[in-house]
Design a protein around this ligand. Sequence first.
Ligand SMILES: [Zn+2]
Length: 506
Amino acid sequence: MHENDAHCALDGYVAFAGLRDAVAAADTAYVFTASSGDFLQGGAMGTLSKGEYPVEVIRRVGYDVMIPGNHEFDFGMERLLAFCGATEADDKARKGHCVDCPVICANLVQLDTTGSRGPERIFPAWKISKAGNKRIGWIGMTTPQAVFSEADSFWDEQGRHRYDLEETRLAEILQQSIDEVRAQGADYIILLSHLGDRPGKDTPVNCRTVVKATHGVDVVLDGHNHDLIPGDTLYDANGNAVLLVQCGSKFSHIGKLVIHPDGKMTHETLRVKDIPYRSEKVQATLDSIKVLTDDLLNRVIGKSAFSLLADDGHGKRLVRNQETNLGDFVTDALRQASGADIALINGGNLRETLPAGTLTYHDLFDTLPYHNVLCVISASGHQIRQVLGNGLQLYPVESGGFMQVSGLRYTIARPAQEQPYHIASVEVLDADGQYRPLDEKRHYSVAINDYILNGGDGNTALCDCPVLKRLSPPDTRIVSLFLEKDCKGVVPARYAHPQGRILIKD
Ligand SMILES: [Zn+2]
């Protein structure tokens, strides 16, 4: 049984473990549980505890094998290693705060800054599980995209490159791992992957490219793109069929791969909503966590007559390739609180739709789970245009760096044949309420989060901009105050629909 991209949807673990226990009790099958990564971050429970609550629940589930996803690096490398039980810390401290299961990853290495040694792997590349007289080989790999998107974890304060994900050697590393696992007698090989199933913004490699360049993998249990792939067939370098599956995100689905006695494999993708089983043990752990957080999270901060959209409710992440009313509302809050001319937020920062009806701090926390610091910088019109353009690198495909805006509007031009999409025009809102063309040479004050300022999503354009101020409440709190105080607890009707800040030119 497997899942990917749980992103702090902790209730899902109760059903996941419940089903696992039910199968183990009712069936003669050997049952194994695996995670394809992205569990520490992406919801209130992760942010509030810097990853500790999800880890507590995962430990209670008792996994057989996991890999780190890119978001496991969000709280820094040290915290990731501690959570995975890979630090030098004494055993007692480690046991209390780690996932307590084997973590594997063939392509995460520590670089030797003195140059005297080669890269050293942090986790084992693979592991073998025994099921009667059969052996299952698991190989772990995670996306090199993390080196760009979670750069802080891979470089130290002195700017030294300390860790890497070996982007250019993935196929070579995978083949080597396959050969090792086969030599150890593995009958089946499962690639536990957070490589994703399509090219990323900064890297073309994904599970399809590495499978095609190697031979010997039987199944890929993938994560990263939050896609629902009930079963796709890839072909390896020898032309053998390889099953690829991915289970959406936030426990919308889990996967059940069955290896039958004759070696035949079947796979089912199960809607978590439809799973009738619950693990009481995991529920008890979750309940004890909720006692600590309920007072804060259940506080009502306002209401809305309509939903503020991050996605379309079916997995399409609207904030990553178009203006949404949520993007308008949040950026207006950031601009208002900061007093800046312009506010920008990357679509990847807006994780969940704010539903119509009563809104609690928990709802807002799930929308803005990262607790980013809002900075006001001085940026030239040219730099602002670069940041907007960076958000279009994958357009019209979803991209986390796509910018939602306040205080300006911009037009995306459809390309001439074979050309990429680009920014056709940018206009800035003047004090008189009129939009006027962006002056490339003039400097504007821009409110932006520390993630983008530090180069997140490949935004290098702003790294040298002077920081005018840093606001002390995190972005989540700023938006909550905007709703509670400025909007008097009711999301204004003007946010019922997008306001025409991001236009597409035919
Ligand atoms: Zn994810």
